[in-house]
Design a binder for this molecule. Structure first.
Ligand code: A3D
Length: 320
C-alpha cells in the first residue's frame, strides 16, 4: 500500500515542526509548501537528511507550487501570519483571510479528497472561510485549537497536582479566543471531576480558578515570552494527533473546531466541541451537558466567532 501523503501548507515555525514530527512518526511522505522560496525546500532537505539518523523511511519535499500537493491525504494549513506581543488573534483576520482564499483554491484544485486541518488564526473564522473557499465537505475540514487549549489546561493541572498528564482529561470548548470555555465539570483527574478534586483537597477553588484563567491566556503567555511569534511545538503536536486519528481511523474523541449543524443549538459556523475523528473526518459530534453558567460562557464565545465570520463576509463579499 502506498504511504500516506501529508501536505503542510505554510512552512514556518509550526509547518517545520509538523514535518519533523510526521517524519519521526513515519506517518507518511511530506510535502512542505510555502510562498517563501527556499524555506520549504531547505526544511524538507534538512529533515530528509535527519531520516537517515533516526531511521525512518519517508520522503520529504519542498515546493512553491500548489501542484506539489496533488492527491494529498491530509493537508495541514498554517499559512499566514502569527501574533506578535500586543496583538490579538483577531488582528490577523484581514491578512489571513486573503491567505485562506489562495490556500482554499489550491486545495480545491489539487487535493479535493484530503482531510484538512486548519491552524491559522483567528482559528474558528479561518477554518470556516477555508471550507467556503475550498468547497470540500464540512466533515473533511476542521480546525485545531481545542486539543492545544485542553492540553494546556491538562498540563497546568498536572503541574499543580503532581499527577501524571496521562491520567488527566481536560476539555475546553468554544472559540479559540481568550473567552474559550474550560469545562471544569467535565474535566477529570483519574476520573474525578475537578469540583470533586477541590473537595478532596487537590487544590483550592482559587487555585483552580487561576488555572482556568492561565489556560484562557495560554497563547498570549507564550507570545509574550517569545516576542517574535507564537507557540509552535504544542500546536504542531496537537494537529498531528488529529491527523493520526484520521489516517489510522483511530476514532479518538478530540476537541476540534467543527461545523455545527444543529448541535449545541447552533448552525452554520465552526466552533470547538468534542468530535470523533476517523477515516470519514469529523464523524460524530459529542454534546456535553451544560449548566446555565457554562451555557452563558459558551454563548459569549460563540458570539465572538459570529462577529469574526461577519467581518470575513464584509471584507470578502463572495463569502456572504
Ligand atoms: P510562521 O512561522 O510565520 O509561518 C507562517 C508561514 O506561512 C510563513 O512561512 C509564511 O511564509 C507562510 N505564508 C504566508 N502567506 C502564505 C500563503 N499565501 N501561502 C502559503 N504560505 C504562506 O507562523 P507559525 O507557523 O508560528 O503560525 C502559523 C499560524 O498558526 C498563525 O496564523 C498563528 O496565529 C496560528 N496559530 C494557531 C494556533 C491555534 O491554536 C489555532 C496556535 C499557534 C499558532
Amino acid at each position: 500500500m502506498a504511504r500516506a501523503k501529508i501536505a503542510l501548507i505554510g512552512s514556518g515555525m509550526i509547518g517545520g515542526t509538523l514535518a519533523h514530527i510526521a517524519a519521526r512518526e513515519e506517518l507518511g511522505d511530506v510535502v512542505l509548501f510555502d510562498i517563501m522560496e527556499g524555506t520549504p525546500q531547505g526544511k524538507a532537505l534538512d529533515i530528509a537528511e535527519a531520516t537517515a539518523v533516526f531511521g525512518k523511511d519517508v520522503a520529504l519535499k519542498g515546493a512553491n507550487d500548489y501542484s506539489a500537493i496533488a492527491d494529498a491525504d491530509v493537508c495541514i494549513v498554517t499559512a499566514g501570519v502569527p501574533r506578535k506581543p500586543g496583538m490579538s488573534r483577531d488582528d490577523l483576520l484581514g491578512i489571513n483571510l486573503k491567505v485562506m482564499k489562495a490556500v482554499g483554491e489550491g486545495i480545491k484544485q489539487y487535493a479535493p479528497n484530503a482531510f484538512v486541518i486548519c491552524i491559522t488564526n483567528p482559528l474558528d473564522a479561518m477554518v470556516w472561510a477555508l471550507r467556503e473557499f475550498s468547497g470540500l465537505p464540512h466533515k473533511k475540514v476542521i480546525g485545531m485549537a481545542g486539543v492545544l487549549d485542553s492540553g494546556r489546561f491538562a498540563y497546568f493541572l498536572a503541574e499543580k497536582t503532581g499527577v501524571s498528564v496521562e491520567d488527566i482529561h481536560a476539555w475546553t470548548l468554544g472559540g479559540h479566543g481568550d473567552d474559550m470555555v474550560p469545562m471544569v465539570r467535565h474535566s477529570t483527574i483519574g476520573g474525578l471531576p475537578l469540583p470533586e478534586c477541590v473537595a478532596q483537597g487537590f487544590f483550592t477553588q482559587e487555585e483552580l480558578d487561576a488555572i482556568v484563567k492561565r489556560t484562557r491566556g495560554g497563547g498570549g503567555e507564550i507570545v509574550a515570552l517569545l516576542k517574535t511569534g507564537s507557540a509552535f511545538y504544542a500546536p504542531a503536536e496537537s494537529a498531528i494527533a488529529m491527523a493520526k486519528s484520521y489516517l489510522l481511523d483511530k476514532k479518538r474523541v478530540l476537541p476540534c473546531a467543527v461545523y455545527l449543524n444543529g448541535e449545541y443549538g447552533l448552525r452554520g459556523l465552526y466552533v470547538g466541541v468534542p468530535a470523533v475523528i476517523g477515516k470519514d473526518g469529523a464523524e460524530r459530534i459529542i454534546e456535553f451537558s451544560t449548566n446555565d453558567e457554562e451555557k452563558a460562557m459558551f454563548a459569549k464565545s460563540v458570539e465572538s466567532v459570529q462577529g469574526l465570520i461577519a467581518a470575513c463576509k464584509t471584507i470578502d463579499p463572495s463569502l456572504a
